[in-house]
Design a protein around this ligand. Sequence first.
Ligand code: MLZ
Length: 265
Amino acid sequence: ITGHFSWEKYLKETGSQPAPPHCFRQSCSPPSNDYKIGMKLEAQDPRNTTSTCIASVVGLTGARLRLRLDGSDNKNDFWRLVDSSEIQPIGTCEKSGDMLQPPLGFRLNASSWPMFLLKTLNGAEMAPAKSFHKEPPSPTQNNFEIGMKLEAVDRKNPHFICPATIGEVRGSEILVTFDGWRGAFDYWCRYDSRDIFPVGWCSLTGDNLQPPGTKVAIPKSPAPAAGIASGILRGPKTLLPGVPGRRRRKPGRKKGQLPKALVHQ
Ligand code: MLZ
């Protein structure tokens, strides 16, 4: 059960600001998702991006499709926005003079691909052209700033979209950090990545926004000892800056005594 997470409350609690919508390569009014389970389309093979394959819609979530390449297994599903440039109506590839390819990890012998293709397309329900939306243009520059909040695809669990914070900005790259997960799911991406969304995106599209994790942040890079010590004396930083946390002392360490690792030897 989600729906308990409220950005409004969370932004207040954390004293933070959402990244403005113009920072993102997303349409300000999200595209409608009128696909149906079972519809087929052409998609770039995510594991071999020079191949165009046949994919089936196996799930719908907000403005995204859960796709499975025909002839592949069910362990390599991927998610695409309905306005992704990596999906197109069936027939597009042929029109441009290209050939549909078997997916990487095609279950059958390569020689059975032509017959497989024929059979998989025979009687298939093809997603209509009107269901594909034009990809929005990229912002002209990286407008993100450290500390701004956003919603981002968890690339290790791509069905999840989660509350996140801009951790660093370097040229056209940003560090997406997931709130409450101690860095375990963080990644760098370009500012115009299609995996990041403005605050409120999921509630507009009906996708499920995960709540933040509950793990406290590990203090950043082991910088000067004084910095670490003062950090600990202030209490550990949490990813909810408004909600102070306190780390339990290790057994054997007396109150007021610094952890061994922080004492200069
Ligand atoms: N089952 C996983 C999900 C973590 C998702 C984190 N998203 C930022 C776990 O609990 O580790």
